[in-house]
Design a protein around this ligand. Structure first.
Ligand code: SF4
Length: 379
């Protein structure tokens, strides 16, 4: 799709907007990816896809979108589900606050007069977890409202079109609002996102295939690599935890439910204790693991052994887990704890890092000869 040489120095001029929009929409009509939420008109389904796509790759969302809709085919079905079921369906997708917010939003809508789904950007913004981008996407795609939706891909495309090195949110929203196609706002927003995802990529944008090259200032100036400047990320804070795995002779292990607020709220995980020193010596860690087991009321019946360290990255946190297996007599199951056998499916939500520990435990039991590679009993 070779374009003529650029004659413009600052994005499309007002009298060029018609051609600019037509060119991008034609590209979208011809080349957009066939994704399950494309062409969707049910606002609930659009909302689900948009929330899932926040901070998550399309390939990952594809693994969840269909099964989520099978489990919660309507807003009413989601509103009626309990939070454990909702978090379980979201398990592995990360950023669990999104699932809790989606659940709260469904319940909020159910309480509205007539249970009517909000139809405007303004009313959508009142829902929990629905920010500017999500409200813009749902309002434009689901209801044809002429509003922009600026995600990371759109930010990059706009910055390059206008060669803006550090585009601020207010500028982005103003420019994006001016560009929206009045007849096809939903397709327009998706077309800009698609362009950013497929052509105007962060590294090595394919300008020769770009439908809006004619109006692109960064292409004209050869400054694609400079616009936009990278977002300065706060370095992740490293934090270490001791995990205590209470294990019975039969191999069952105990999980406890995390508090309702904070990191991984409401999910089921091994009891943990934050370590002041990441390289806490083995003997000290073992003593603390046994202390923690006893503080939970467990009767310790053997020596503790350590599993390989597990690492997991949260948004601003690099977590290191040191898991200790402590043989115990089985405690009574209470409201805040459950027992399970590693490797067997369960119906409650478990964080990814804990799944890694459970996999290691299951492997140890299935292949006893390999146990030395996972667990060791330090002297
Ligand atoms: S792909 Fe190239 S020409 Fe198209 S918007 Fe991006 S930088 Fe500009």
């Amino acid at each position: 799709m070779k374009q003529p040489a650029n004659t413009n120095s600052s994005g499309p001029a007002p009298d060029q907007l018609g051609d600019f929009r037509s060119s991008l929409l034609q590209y979208y009509d011809r080349f957009c990816r066939d994704l399950p939420w494309r062409g969707e008109t049910d606002p609930y389904r659009i909302l689900v896809s948009e929330i899932m796509l926040q901070q998550t790759r399309v390939e990952t969302v594809l693994q969840y979108y269909g099964s989520w809709l099978k489990r919660f085919p309507t807003l009413g079905a989601l509103a009626s589900a309990d939070s454990r079921e909702v978090l379980k369906a979201w398990e592995g997708l990360g950023y669990y606050r999104r699932a809790r917010n989606l659940h709260s939003a469904a319940r909020r809508i159910r309480e509205l007069p007539g249970e009517h789904f909000p139809t405007s950007y303004r009313d959508l913004r009142k829902l929990p977890g629905v920010g500017q981008y999500t409200a813009g996407a749902v309002a434009s795609i689901g209801f044809g409202e002429i509003v922009p939706a600026v995600d990371g891909n759109v930010r990059r495309v706009l910055a390059r079109l206008f060669d803006k090195r550090e585009p601020r949110a207010r500028w982005l929203n103003r420019i994006a609002a001016e560009l929206v196609d009045k007849d096809r706002p939903g397709d327009w927003n998706q077309a800009l996102m698609e362009l950013g995802a497929m052509i105007c990529s962060p590294k090595n944008p394919r300008c020769d295939d770009c439908p809006v090259q004619l109006w692109c200032t960064a292409h004209e100036q050869g400054t694609q690599a400079l616009s936009p400047a990278g977002i300065r990320r706060v370095p992740a804070r490293e934090i270490s935890f001791l995990l205590v795995i209470l294990q019975t002779e039969e191999g069952e292990v105990m999980l406890v439910q995390r508090p309702r607020q904070g990191l991984l709220a409401g999910m089921w995980a091994f009891p943990e204790q934050e370590l002041a020193e990441p390289l806490d010596c083995a003997a000290t860690s073992r003593d603390r693991a046994i202390e923690l087991a006893m503080s939970l009321g467990a009767e310790v019946v053997g020596g503790a052994s350590v599993l390989a360290e597990i690492q997991h990255r949260f948004t601003h946190l690099q977590a290191r887990y040191r898991p200790w297996v402590v043989p115990v007599e089985k405690l009574l199951t209470g409201e805040g704890n459950v027992w399970m056998t590693p490797g067997e499916p369960v119906d409650f939500p478990i964080p990814v890092a804990q799944h890694k520990v459970l996999d290691a435990l299951a492997e140890c039991r299935e292949t006893p000869g390999n146990s030395e590679s996972h667990a060791s009993n330090p002297s």
